[in-house]
Design a protein around this ligand. Structure first.
Ligand SMILES: *Cc1c(COP(=O)(O)O)cnc(C)c1O
Length: 495
């Protein structure tokens, strides 16, 4: 399959799209068409393991990768998940389910893609005949950075550098990154917010001068951010798998519709749900949940995307984003794949901070999505109330999705369509906030909070977080937002 840029001036094979990360015209690579999964194929996927289901979906987009290789890579990636299932579906109530995506090495859903991306990238280089080393730059609001570092540490022929907002991630997230092991990794704190980190990294990617200088030093630039199609594709698989689990456990009949509620930041996770729907999965409504940074809620309700607003730091930091990059891919579909229109809007967003879509696009948008947001107080209340009722502890991001899902059900009185809430992080990743929500206690020390959370909920803490306590901090660099390229060059020159 061929991939095309949302801005109209670049094409690539699947392997090239993954290796390059972003199109040369600044757009994002999208598949030329949506491969279909028929009802028969769905039925054939029922008895498969998670890894095999994932490989089946991936192969539809990445035909140049051989299926057996993909399957082996998926098996290896998903064997790292605690409990033996990478994406277990947990029944909470008669038509309410949690899709738990936090059992991987870094306890957030990013692991589903980033445990596999190193294979997709290395193999992609082989297929595309690229012999250079790859230098991966990542801007992170917290969870991507750690998952990418873990995925790529000590991978041959790869170096990875991660930028995170110095005051914009949780203590646990910071510690996870600053203690990262591996000989090919670097971590830099940036004196700014996530949007600036992301813009700075994107600017390096689209600068011919930067690319050339690094190329001469022996590196090809690539991205592990969710703008990379190699991040998106593995995420499509868990929507299929959740659906198949509902069918095989007799909760629904094949063909029945299912709603999904997704805590959303950069729009990667929920976009994967939309792609699954376009591939033929019977998906009903997609509930797009934001936190206090509710730019997407406003956009879906009014058709105006306006980033000229205050940026809030919340207890769900991985959703503290004003520029949702992957929305560009959805806009492309809503516009009937009109790259000229997309380029105009993205230029307008950059220059004026605002753009508006047409009425018919907005109508299509509200057909597909229900948008809502969850403030800080509501996040705390949702965690508390849900635990009181179901004894199920959830993290601050998941709580936003649960809140929006409850509002959707309340408003539409649609109590019969199954609702799957996508749980994107372990509550142990944000132990202080979750403990505060459950007990009102403000615990200063993260590890103490983990211990108390364990006593309060009886849920087992993930091994990887408990081990952090004894690891030495390796990275101390704090940089200005306009000095990031200098850090990249310094890292490229390191032996
Ligand atoms: C990254 C992240 C999100 C947001 O996902 P997007 O794909 O950026 O929309 C939500 N929750 C958690 C825990 C995350 O790490």
């Amino acid at each position: 399959m061929k991939f095309i840029s949302t801005r109209g001036n670049d094409t690539a094979t699947g392997a090239e799209a993954i290796v390059r990360g972003i199109a040369s015209d600044g757009g994002l690579f999208v598949p030329e068409y949506f491969p279909q999964v028929t009802a028969e194929e769905l039925a054939q996927m029922l008895p498969m393991s998670y890894a095999e289901r994932a490989a089946t979906i991936l192969h539809k987009y990445l035909g140049e990768y051989d299926f057996e290789g993909l399957k082996a890579a998926c098996e290896k990636a998903y064997a790292q998940f605690e409990g033996g299932d990478a994406a277990p579906l947990v029944k909470i109530d008669s038509s309410l389910y949690m899709l738990e995506l936090f059992h991987g090495p870094t306890c957030a859903f990013k692991d589903l893609a980033l445990t596999l991306l190193p294979y997709l990238l290395r193999k992609g280089c082989d297929i595309a005949g690229i012999e250079k080393d790859v230098l991966i730059l990542v801007a992170t609001s917290g969870d991507t950075g750690k998952a990418a570092l873990e995925g790529f540490k000590d991978a041959p022929g790869v170096k990875i550098m991660v930028f995170y907002p110095n005051d914009g991630v949780s203590k646990m997230q910071k510690l996870q990154m600053a203690t990262q092991e591996g000989n090919n990794v670097a971590v830099v704190a940036v004196k700014s917010n996530f949007d600036d980190c992301q813009s700075a990294v994107k600017a390096i990617f689209t600068s011919e001068a930067c690319k050339e200088e690094l190329f001469e030093k022996g590196y090809l630039l690539s991205s592990a951010n969710s703008i990379n199609f190699g991040r998106l594709a593995p995420q499509i698989a868990y929507y299929f798998s959740a659906y198949l689990d509902l069918v095989s456990s007799g909760q629904i009949e094949a063909g029945e519709k299912v709603n999904f509620a997704v805590p959303t930041g950069n729009f990667g996770n929920i976009l994967a749900a939309y792609y699954a729907k376009r591939m033929g999965l019977p998906v009903g409504k997609l509930v797009c949940a934001s936190n206090k940074n509710n730019i997407l809620t406003d956009f879906m309700r009014t058709g105006v995307y306006d980033r000229r607003r205050e940026f809030y730091k919340t207890m769900s930091p991985s959703m503290d984003i004003l520029i949702s990059s992957n929305l560009e891919r959805l806009l492309f579909e809503l516009s009937d794949r009109n790259p000229v229109r997309i380029k105009l809007r993205m230029d307008k967003l950059k220059e004026d901070g605002v753009y508006e879509i047409y009425d018919e696009e907005r109508a299509a948008l509200s057909e597909l999505f229900y948008a809502d947001f969850c403030g800080e107080d509501e996040t705390v209340e949702t965690i508390y109330e849900f635990f009181e009722e179901y004894q199920y502890p959830m993290d601050t991001h998941t709580a936003c999705a649960m809140y929006a899902a409850a509002n959707y059900t309340e408003k539409t009185k649609d109590k019969d369509t199954p609702m799957v809430v996508v749980s994107t992080a372990s509550p142990y990743k944000f132990p202080q906030d979750v403990m505060y929500a459950l007990t009102g206690n403000d615990i200063k020390d993260s590890f103490k909070a983990i211990k108390h959370l364990n006593l309060t909920t009886a849920m087992k803490p993930p091994k990887s977080l408990a081990k952090l306590r004894d690891k030495p901090v390796r990275f101390h660099t704090v940089a200005d937002k306009d000095k990031l390229y200098a850090e990249v060059v310094r890292f490229a020159d390191e032996k």
